[in-house]
Design a protein around this ligand. Structure first.
Ligand code: NAD
Length: 511
């Protein structure tokens, strides 16, 4: 046999073995590196195996990947390694595969909204079923691959193209307040941009998140042939968060949650996109339509029992219209608490720790009341509610715990202010410089401009409920991760890309 033929045959054999490897045939796998001691997984007849595989690390080393069960892994290292392998597969399958994944997630979130919403509510015991379902149905409003239009320049020296390209593996942390919706929206954005993703969900909302990951992966694998494009750590812990952040394959973090996780992510040394806490103030001035303002405030603050980070959390009303606003709120179904009832609710809804030398006790929210139904709050306040009540409210002063804390309950404190200027000042204090969301009801553009400039928030909504800021009743697109402290805003596929430039010198400008 000639040397040429020998080389040719060796190449053909290598090619065939390589292709077999892509389909996952065990005989074609490179020598398997031992998986990092995955827990023994009992057989569940789901057809998956726990065999291990070996893939190239970005650094050129080797990352060992234990096969999970449709994306659900016992530990961070195996979840990250499998997601890295999936990223390499996605790269080969191109934009068509990304678009298919986006379609799968949007279709399945919609089709399973009723069941998944119920499962999430049963696990977390916070929020409302109707809104849990709606939050999944609106995943279709999250933008996909169409968002990644390249920028082009053309001139005397040729043409230049700037393209939005993937990072690789993204590590994502999701909140308890909207577990499957955040996870689903994050997958659409992250995969549309060409990445794979590993999730560390909130421990109190981890089972429903794992269920969705499993179902998404079954469909993704069936439709695209890619395994583990979306992975999740089955039992998330602080330790798994740390391992995920440290893993060499994870190039970018997306965290959605409160101040603790934002701080932790920023300390990892990895680039982190942080969707942090909010405490959105609402200002109502005398030029607003009181009926419209009252209805919008109730709609926004009652949504999912006020779990939304963008939800109305405190209202500053001009003294001259405060009574009218509160009476419109009552007419539209909200129930007013008197001072004694407010006091009883406050004592139940907050715990007061000794302060730091100022003599005042520091309130912290009692988690047993977060996202609970109005009936639970009313019981603590000592009243019975008419059926169907969505929201409670009471007059408070500007320093009340319900104003200062991000309380996430279907209760709104209403604070009287003398002027728009005072309302803006109080709103700014209550927002704590989170730069998250602010709302105004007014027909005075100067009042709007004053508030918009002073608060400098990522979302600023005029004359509508908070959800109008995310495309529900207002123009725009949806994301459940609004990157506030790090500044990326309402996250979209472009948020998860690297910009790369491709230059053709002196040619291809075709006139
Ligand atoms: P949380 O901060 O308790 O938990 C969020 C996630 O971070 C969870 O997965 C949790 O396990 C993890 N976590 C918490 N502390 C951590 C730490 N120190 N180190 C590592 N991981 C940690 O928040 P939650 O109660 O689930 O959600 C509500 C909070 O999230 C509110 O503050 C709300 O405003 C915010 N939120 C923001 C957005 C946004 O888009 N900006 C969206 C939803 C929720």
């Amino acid at each position: 046999m000639s040397a040429v033929n020998e080389t040719l045959i060796r190449d053909v054999v290598a090619e065939v073995l390589g292709r077999l490897g892509k389909t996952g045939a065990p005989a074609a796998k490179p020598a398997a590196a031992p998986a990092p001691a995955p827990a023994a997984t009992p057989s569940c007849n789901c057809g998956t195996t726990t065999a291990s595989a070996s893939v190239s690390a970005p650094s050129g080393g080797s990352i060992s990947s234990g096969r999970g069960k449709y994306g659900v892994f016992p530990d961070a290292n195996s979840a990250c390694a499998a997601a890295h392998e999936a990223y390499l597969q996605l790269q080969k399958k191109g934009v068509a595969a990304r678009a298919k994944v986006v379609e799968i997630v949007k279709t399945m979130a919609d089709a399973n909204a009723g069941e998944w919403g119920r499962i999430e509510l049963e696990e977390t015991k916070i929020g409302r079923l109707d809104h849990k379902i709606e939050k999944l149905k609106i995943i279709k409003l999250v933008p996909g691959v169409e968002w990644l239009r390249p920028d082009a320049r053309s001139g005397d020296h040729g043409i230049t193209l700037e393209e939005y390209t993937p990072f690789g593996v993204v590590g994502a942390i999701t909140p308890s307040t909207h577990s499957i919706p955040t996870l689903s929206g994050n997958i659409v954005n992250i995969v549309a941009a060409g990445n794979s993703v590993v999730f560390n969900a909130h421990p109190s909302a981890a089972k429903c998140a794992a269920l969705a990951v499993r179902e998404y992966n079954k469909a993704i694998e069936r439709e695209t042939g890619i395994e583990n494009l979306v992975t999740i750590i089955e039992t998330p812990t602080m330790e798994s968060f740390n391992s995920l952040c440290k893993h060499e394959a994870v190039r970018l973090l997306l965290v959605t949650g409160g101040p603790g996780v934002v701080k932790a992510a920023m300390q990892t040394g990895k680039r982190a996109i942080c969707a942090g806490p909010g405490n959105p103030p609402v200002l109502v001035d005398h030029t607003a339509c009181m009926t419209r303002a009252a209805r919008a405030i109730i709609t926004g603050a009652a949504y999912d029992n006020n779990l939304l980070c963008i939800g109305e959390k405190e209202v500053f009303a001009l003294d001259r219209i405060a009574d009218k606003l509160m009476s419109e709120m009552e007419k539209n179904g909200a129930v007013r608490l008197n001072a004694a009832q407010l006091d009883a609710l406050t004592k139940a809804a907050f715990t007061f720790k000794p302060g730091h030398g100022g003599g005042c006790a520091e309130p912290s929210v009692n988690r047993d009341f977060i996202g609970k139904d109005p009936g639970v709050l009313a019981k603590a306040a000592g009243i019975n509610l008419p059926a169907g009540t969505q929201l409670l409210f009471a007059e408070t002063d500007a320093n009340h715990p319900f104003v200062i804390e991000e309380q996430m309950m279907p209760f709104l404190p209403i604070v009287r202010v003398k002027s728009v200027e005072e309302g803006v000042e109080r709103s700014k204090e209550a927002e704590h410089n989170y730069k998250h969301t602010a709302i105004i009801h007014s027909h005075d553009v100067e009042a709007m401009t004053l508030m918009g400039r002073a608060l400098d928030t990522t979302l600023f909504i005029k004359n509508g409920p908070c959800m109008a800021g995310l495309g529900l009743g207002g123009e725009g697109y949806l994301s459940f991760s609004i990157a506030t402290p790090t500044g990326e805003g309402i996250t979209n596929p472009r948020t998860f890309t690297r910009v790369r430039r491709c230059v053709m010198v002196d040619n291809l400008r075709i006139y």
